[in-house]
Design a binder for this molecule. Structure first.
Ligand code: NAD
Length: 471
């Protein structure tokens, strides 16, 4: 049993003023593995004070100094990759492939931002105006549980590159992982106050940060509902807000696709991070002419998927993060049946042979109409819908008929055709034929998937304000 009884303010691990405590669980066993002591509004005030007093020096730091900080942070995180992996496996339970990506991404986020910074011009001229890109002010980051290290590190990397200081509020459900990543960041030896980390509930610490008069910029990743609450709280002082929210990504199989190649990739992006991923390709758009063939291949492939403890490298699907999340996913599997969709694999309850742990059977519904709630709402578990389409125009209509617009996937044997489709999809990212992640390209959503972009130059500029001096 672990007790996480400190938060991180002004370069030190300190006891929080808050007195609430929350249990921490291993989702694969449902056992309580720890307790976290949570911060409150007074802790937010102390953290913001520290960030505010570190801001003047940070905003004046040189590019070379910031690059050196980013390099030290990278080295400190990379040095503990194995501990970070163990903690994520125990407290979160993602499959090994996702943990590997997440831990590596946490460290390399600092290097990617260093590269962006090295190539970035903070001063430019437009006509007779001199433009200076200045840090917007003290920033807050509010992050979810589904990739704790990655979100903390990429948001902090961007703040440092912009020359600003930050208060971070991670998910209260990830406190063991947060403790470890904080130890790494502390070991990088940055000046006090540049980053401060406060564990706490969203409605307490998150809400206090969103409304705090000394926070100028908020970078949030989480659900659309919470994003709206943050935007509302931030609007009083017109804070700059970046929101990375939910998704219901179309996963389009064109009729010329080579199914031997494509089905494994359609499933990999559909079930990524056990389905607990904003970018999961959860709506499989299948041509009517090949529907039966696609059903057969999907069910055959999913029948071989191993569900279980992430300690086993063969596991494809790990547990849901919490009992609440398990219940939510089960309720959608029930709902899909009530709405008239047909289960082609999976269903309610735990997978055979697993009598404890928040495990869900990988589930695929067919006969789904895009008006059904299972096709419109984010389920955030391993539950996919197959939505049949008649022709390209119909596929595009279904793909864009959603309040979300985060990511989309297109699979085709004809790249030019796939690109034509990609151009007409309303989403921040369109991935053709399983192309790999591009860490310097902008990431973020259209419509209710968010506001603003992260990563690379677009991410950096979301922490900056342009000032024009005309002389
Ligand atoms: P969540 O919105 O419940 O919580 C996210 C964070 O916000 C947590 O730290 C939480 O404590 C905090 N929070 C909650 N209420 C708050 C409030 N009123 N004010 C301020 N902060 C508050 O989301 P979650 O359940 O942790 O994560 C899952 C969601 O995140 C999914 O909807 C998923 O799509 C989304 N997500 C989006 C991206 C993206 O990049 N677009 C990435 C990962 C996850």
């Amino acid at each position: 049993m672990r007790t996480i009884d400190t938060i991180y303010i002004n370069g030190s691990f300190v006891q929080p003023h808050g007195t609430e405590k929350a249990p921490l669980f291993n989702p694969a066993t449902e056992e309580q593995i720890g307790t976290v002591h949570l911060g409150d509004e007074k802790d937010v005030d102390a953290a913001v004070r520290a960030a505010k007093s570190a801001f003047p020096a940070m905003s004046q730091s040189s590019k070379a100094e910031r690059v050196a900080m980013l390099q030290s942070l990278h080295d400190a995180v990379a040095a503990r990759a194995s501990d970070l992996t163990d903690a994520m496996r125990e407290e979160y339970g993602a499959p090994a492939s996702f943990i590997g990506f997440s831990v590596t991404h946490a460290a390399t986020a600092f290097l990617h931002m260093a590269k962006t910074l090295e190539n970035y011009e903070f001063r430019r001229h437009i006509g007779h105006a001199e433009i200076e890109m200045r840090p917007a002010g003290v920033a807050a980051a509010i992050t979810p549980w589904n990739s704790n290290y990655g979100f903390i590190c990429s948001k902090l990397a961007t703040a440092i590159a912009a020359g600003t200081t930050m208060v971070i509020k991670p998910s209260e459900m990830s406190a063991i992982q947060t403790q470890l990543i904080t130890e790494c960041l502390h070991a990088a030896g940055l000046p006090n106050g540049i980053f401060n980390i406060v564990n706490g509930y969203g409605h307490v610490v998150g809400a206090a940060l969103s409304a705090h008069r000394d926070i100028a910029k908020i970078s949030f990743t989480g659900s659309t509902v919470t994003g709206r609450a943050i935007l509302q709280a931030a609007s009083a002082a017109l804070k700059r807000v970046t929101l990375e929210l939910g998704g219901k990504s179309p996963n389009i199989i064109l009729d010329d696709a080579d199914l031997d190649l494509v089905i494994p990739q359609v499933l990999a992006v559909g079930f990524t991070n056990s389905g607990q991923a904003c970018i999961a390709g959860t709506r499989i758009l299948a041509p009517e002419s090949r529907l039966a063939e696609i059903h057969d291949r999907l069910t055959q492939a999913v029948a071989t998927f191993k569900v279980g403890d992430a300690g086993d490298p063969a596991v494809r699907i790990g547990p849901m993060v919490s009992e609440k999340q398990w219940d939510r996913v089960q309720s959608y599997i029930r709902l899909g049946q009530q709405e008239g969709a047909r289960l082609i694999i999976g269903g309610e309850g735990r997978p055979e042979g697993l009598d404890r742990g928040w495990f869900v059977r990988p589930t695929i519904f067919s006969g789904v109409n895009n008006d059904m709630r299972i096709a419109r709402e984010e389920i955030f578990g391993p539950v996919l819908c197959v939505v049949p389409y008649r022709d390209e125009a119909h596929a595009l209509e279904i793909a864009n008929d959603t309040v979300y617009g985060l990511q989309a996937y297109v699979f085709s044997s004809d790249i030019a055709r796939a690109k034509r489709i990609a151009e007409r999809i309303e989403a921040g990212r369109v991935v053709i034929n399983g192309a790999p992640h591009e860490p310097l390209a902008p990431f973020g959503g259209f419509k209710q998937s968010g506001i603003g972009r992260e990563f690379g130059t677009y991410g950096l500029e979301s922490f900056l304000e342009p000032r024009a001096v005309l002389g």
